[in-house]
Design a protein around this ligand. Sequence first.
Ligand SMILES: [Zn+2]
Length: 317
Amino acid sequence: MKKDRHNLSKSPTVEEIPLACSDELAAVEFFERQRWGNTPCCVKCGSVEVYQMKDAKTGQRSKRFLWRCKDCKEQYTLRIGTVYEESRLPMRHWAYAFWRACTSKKGVSALEIKRHCQISYKSALFLMNRIRFAMAPDIPTPPFSGVVEVDETYVGGKPRIRNSSKRGRGTPKTPVFAAVERGGRIRRRVVADVTGKTLKDEIRKVVDPRARIMSDEHSAYRGLDKEFASHEHVAHGRREYARGEVNTNTAESSFALVKRGIIGVYHNVSKEYLHRYLWQFDFVWNTRKMNDGERTVAAIQSAEGKRLTYKASPNHA
Ligand SMILES: [Zn+2]
């Protein structure tokens, strides 16, 4: 008998997470529920004729939390075929790291995880990188629609000179592009440059042609009116920041959040890793209507979907 893949546990409770963060058995059972719902199954053959192995002396679950399949005789644990298999870190630390990454508005640093879980910095970084990868978005479906703001900024490096007329373009900081559905979803990406070709490619990837686009006067956005329902822009150069609903205020405040988070929590992030932090910031934004428990479970289930594909690739999605 095969298990229905969609029969996942949908009712995680915020109450069960703190226990999962402190007790290893509770943590293992919490992650088992996220993976298998109420119907645990064999990782090898898919049979549901499986049972928990017991310790002969104590009668409790075996030390490694093994399962055994009656059909194919396979012995396995929750970790098999997941990112949790790559390390021996206790599951309660995974629970804690997921929880913190999903419930702190600005994110959580590996240093904090190291301190709170009393694990090495290397292990904490491993946890957080896998979690950020779990949060990495797919190309949004359906594409962004309605009013969509597009904007670009520069992150990192030294602060630009005050009162400089340059907006940061042409400086050695990392260019980041954002498309935001007003009142809806966001996607922020590290981009190679802020040329029309690069930014328009990003826009085409995620925005529905029927959308109305709002931007500033950056020349890269010229011509979008030919591909989308409309394109309006504010002239920041003339100190015009909004003309009624024509503005990029949502995109701009989303950049401010990233910058504050990166300086305040992570004390700067190198160019090479910035994309991972953007995944995390976008995930939190895009799940803002969920409660903390739902968001944590969404991240865990997303890790499941990506369990064998971890690469430190900046090109993901
Ligand atoms: Zn089996």
